[in-house]
Design a protein around this ligand. Structure first.
Ligand code: IFM
Length: 439
């Protein structure tokens, strides 16, 4: 199963999760205040601030040609309007190191964490955030723009809203709850529009997109019509509502009403982050909005999610309605023992190959993640890395999946031979009737 020759084979990380010592972020305070798992701290994380280059060497040896990373706003602007040139210079070094290794950078401006000062000013619940975000973007573009191939303005707005405003497991917002979350979502759209035009003024040809988490939110098998209707509504709210506002250039229910100047036409590509499917609970009373999995479901570490490869095809197909090039900007599985990841990689990439063979415009795949990193409220309990990290010693070890991914990236294809060696159970399913070729 061959992929296009210009396909981006990448990995993904986010600043707070890998850099270490982001002491000016709201997440640092959240950890200090004991709001995540006991004894879990981001601390040095993967020490990227000191030595991202070591892991970029490993990414290059893996044959990847792209990497998605984010910038830590609280490092670049530790106090309002005080920009740290040394921090920006360090990001220049990291981006240059990527180019030197043949790795194209996709840069995210906002990935969950905020400067402490922004939170004191009510972050995304205050209209002024748009000016702040625009000012930050302008400074970043001025300092780093020549080294950035593609931009993502905002990562996973609905996850941010859900985890911060509703579940309340991310740092507390100034106005928690459903309406506060929607207000933040509307301001994120305004921030996106402002950042889009700021980037385009300096680099008109640079593609700018967003990374949107898309999940399969299905009714339970055999659910009745009301439950199916409810699952459809929830799926629309979670997956589509925010993006619909973006492409139409105006706020719609439930985010509000009215045109956002500059928003229409401000999307060059859509980043799709896909992990799993949930069965929607009906009636939606008490606690979680979703049910457990079917008895035969394969579920990843910490009950993070069901392995559901067809879902990536489904969400890509769903995203066609936006009529934009699509990048899978995240896809991965927490699996410390690497017992699921090889099959996960092959089966999800197979679904992407299937989408491409129907001429769906999927341009690249960024596996989450290159290396085990700090998984927000779940601390170090979820290991998403192709590279295993010993947090205490900072030792690295390539998981078998890293070797598999190297074979895929270097050959630009999936084949029966690699499937036989890394995920033999999938061989009869994906390559029926094919014996592995002799070594
Ligand atoms: O680690 C996160 C990432 O920051 C955003 N998308 C999902 C990943 C795994 O949970």
């Amino acid at each position: 199963m061959y992929f296009p020759s210009d396909f981006r084979w990448g990995t993904a990380t986010a600043a707070y999760q890998v850099e270490g010592n982001n002491v000016n972020s709201d997440w640092w305070d959240w950890e200090e205040n004991g709001r995540i798992l006991q004894n879990h701290r981001s601390g040095l994380a993967c020490n990227w601030w000191e030595n991202a280059e070591a892991d970029l060497d490993l990414a290059a040896a893996m044959g990847t040609n792209a990497h998605r990373l984010s910038l830590e706003w609280s490092r670049i602007e530790p106090e309002p309007a005080r920009f740290d040139t040394e921090a920006l210079d360090r990001y220049r070094e990291i981006l240059q190191a990527m180019h030197d290794r043949g790795i194209e950078p996709m840069v995210t401006l906002h990935h969950f964490s905020n400067p402490r000062w922004l939170v004191e000013k009510q972050d995304f619940n205050a209209a002024i955030v748009v000016d702040y975000f625009q000012r930050y973007t302008a400074r970043v573009v001025e300092h780093l723009g020549d080294l950035v191939a593609q931009w993502v303005t905002i990562n996973e707005p609905m996850v941010y809203i859900f985890m911060r405003y509703l579940e309340r497991v991310f740092p507390a917002p100034s106005r928690p709850g459903f309406w506060g979350g929607l207000q933040a979502g509307a301001n994120m759209l305004r921030c996106h529009a402002a950042a889009y035009h700021t980037i385009k003024e300096a680099y008109p040809a640079a593609p700018v997109g967003v990374a949107k988490n898309l999940a399969c939110l299905d009714p339970k098998p055999n659910a009745g019509p009301l439950a199916r209707w409810w699952a459809g509504r929830l799926s629309w709210l979670y997956n589509d509502a925010w993006l619909d506002c973006l492409v139409n250039g105006r706020l719609r229910w439930p985010f509000g009403r009215g045109k956002i100047p500059g928003l229409a036409g401000s999307l060059d590509f859509l980043g799709v982050n896909y992990y799993t499917r949930f069965y929607v609970k009906f009636p939606p009373l008490g606690g979680l909005l979703h049910e457990g999995w079917e008895a035969d479901a394969v579920v990843s570490d910490g009950n993070y999610g069901e392995i559901y490869p067809k879902g990536i095809y489904r969400v890509i197909k769903q995203a066609l309605r936006y009529n934009k090039p699509i990048y899978v900007t995240e896809n991965g599985v927490p699996d410390a023992a690497d017992r699921l990841r090889p099959g996960f990689l092959i089966s999800h990439l197979r679904e992407i190959w299937r989408a491409i063979s129907f001429c769906y415009p999927v341009m690249g795949y960024y596996h989450w993640s290159l290396i085990d990193n700090f998984e927000w409220d779940r601390g170090w309990t979820q290991r998403f890395g192709l590279i295993e990290l010993d947090v205490a010693t900072q030792a690295r070890h390539l998981r078998p999946s890293a070797h598999l991914y190297r074979e895929i990236c270097q050959s630009g294809c999936l084949n029966s031979d690699m499937t036989a060696r890394y995920a033999p159970d999938l061989l009869p399913v994906l390559f029926p009737g094919q014996a592995p070729s002799p070594a």
